[in-house]
Design a protein around this ligand. Structure first.
Ligand code: CA
Length: 224
């Protein structure tokens, strides 16, 4: 998953990012409201961890921005404020859940996994696309009842394609989703081709359906 961590306490921000990175997630970080809006105006994320008390405003402004721009990111508020009013306000204007500081990192992870699954995969622990069956908690994939072994990037890529099935996804969108926003500075995104080629090859070993199509000059499309 790709996270945007909006938190002005540097130590906490780094602890969260390091913890989530261990699982192969991509974490982008912001320490102010302004830098958060700057990031969001260019890039998309799976999940946003949002502190309410920021040096240049409050996190509710981010929720408002997401709502106005019809964004689909899952949002978990992480805030020291523990008033019922703040929680209700946050949930009312689009946050998916609320975690009060201090918290255990394991709980943070469990909450984000749950809200992301609820939001993107309707709470299912199994994601099915034709004969492809993905066990989300186990990060395992079966095709026609045969397990296939994917690398972490191939698995994340498959999930991203299925979440965006039927849409043409630009190469740079795939790259920033799986490698982080900095990759956008690269001149070309051909390095994703190797991963896509391997994923496609592994799928074609167990199914005759070729779901992953290259759209010349643009990117890729995953469709039945
Ligand atoms: Ca703060």
């Amino acid at each position: 998953m790709k996270f945007l961590i909006i938190e002005d306490e540097q130590e906490l921000r780094e602890i969260i990012a390091n913890y989530l990175n261990e699982d192969g997630n991509i974490c982008e970080c912001c320490d102010s409201l302004r830098s958060a809006i700057d990031k969001l105006s260019i890039y998309e994320y799976d999940c946003i961890l949002l502190d309410i008390g920021l040096p240049d405003g409050d996190g509710f402004t981010v929720l408002e921005y997401l709502r106005v721009n019809k964004r689909t990111e899952a949002v978990l508020i992480i805030s020291a404020r523990n008033s019922l009013d703040d929680k209700l306000k946050g949930l009312n204007i689009g946050a998916d859940d609320y975690l009060t500081k201090p918290f255990h990192l394991a709980e943070l992870k469990a909450r984000v996994v749950a809200i992301y699954r609820r939001k993107v995969f309707n709470s299912n622990s199994t994601l099915i696309f034709n004969e492809i069956v993905i066990n989300l908690p186990g990060r395992s994939v079966e095709v026609n009842h045969k397990p296939i072994i994917l690398t972490r990037k191939e698995y994340d890529m498959l999930l991203y394609f299925i979440a965006n099935k039927g849409k043409v996804i630009a190469k740079n969108a795939i790259a920033v989703h799986l490698w982080g926003d900095e990759i956008d500075m690269h001149d070309n995104f051909d390095f994703i081709y190797t991963h896509i080629k391997n994923l496609r090859k592994k799928l074609l070993e167990v199914t005759t359906n070729d779901y992953l199509k290259s759209i010349y000059g643009i990117g890729y499309k995953f469709s039945a």
